[in-house]
Design a protein around this ligand. Structure first.
Ligand SMILES: *Cc1c(COP(=O)(O)O)cnc(C)c1O
Length: 240
């Protein structure tokens, strides 16, 4: 694990990149939030992020997040960004995740809504983003672009304990950043079409990671999920 000083320098650099990216396309820097991705790093990574002033972190596995939660400041918000198996929905409801960015099927929406009813009957609803496979990548989870409307319709009509904040996507892994940017553009257009059709705000677009954040900002990202550029390389192999 890197030192706090190194982390803090990295965070300054990521914020600088974000500022420049916003400048380049005429957006305001406060329109885009950096979500530090702490997966595969120890709880210190979350503590660093909190100390620097970040209010949320992203984790891609329920169990890993749960093991860190007791070691971390209670006011940090946990966002799940990795594929959720339906047998983990109850855990998500119980452990006070703030948001699930990886709601990628009707099945998981149904499980999450049911788990909220049972396990969090009198507390806040769970916020979700619908994960859309906007790059049509066979290696990624998420609804197809053509299935996004049906997924939103199901969430709005059948899941009263879930609040849909917007959409999330993971770009295909490709050295050519134009591939990522096309994926982000698809997600932005998908959100625009859904807002029009359903009359809901869907303010959040979670897209862009360490390598492609500038392209995501250009296409309207409101949340960029940054791991490597903040915490350095991860030990374990990456899985989406
Ligand atoms: C790991 C991960 C990230 C962070 O990726 P970096 O390239 O390390 O910034 C972002 N989003 C998701 C869904 C991830 O799994």
């Amino acid at each position: 694990m890197i030192s706090y000083q190194e982390f803090s320098d990295n965070a300054d650099r990521v914020r600088e990149r974000l500022l420049r990216a916003c400048d380049a396309c005429g957006r305001k820097a406060d329109e885009v939030r950096i979500l530090p991705v702490t997966k595969f790093h120890p709880a210190e990574a979350v503590i660093y992020a909190h100390r620097y002033g970040f209010s949320s972190v992203g984790e891609n596995r329920v169990q890993e997040a749960e093991s860190k939660m007791p070691l971390c400041p209670p006011d940090i918000k946990w966002e799940l960004i990795g594929h959720l198996q339906s047998n983990k929905a109850a855990s998500v409801a119980e452990h006070g995740f703030y948001r699930v960015q990886s709601a990628d099927s009707e099945k998981i929406l149904k499980k999450l809504n049911g788990a909220l009813v049972l396990r969090r009957p009198n507390s806040e609803n769970l916020r979700v983003l619908l994960q859309i496979n906007a790059g049509a990548d066979p290696a990624k989870f998420g609804a197809d672009l053509s299935g996004a409307a049906a997924l939103l319709e199901y969430a709005l009509g059948s899941c009263p304990r879930l609040e849909v904040d917007g959409l999330m996507t993971i770009a295909p892994l490709d050295e050519d950043l134009d591939v990522a940017e096309r994926c982000f553009e698809n997600l932005r257009k998908c959100a625009e079409a859904l807002r029009e059709r359903f009359g809901v705000p869907l303010p959040e677009l979670s897209m862009g990671m360490s390598a492609d954040m500038e392209r995501a900002v250009r296409q309207g990202a409101t949340v960029i999920r940054i791991g490597t550029a903040l915490f350095g390389e991860r030990e374990a192999p990456q899985q989406h």
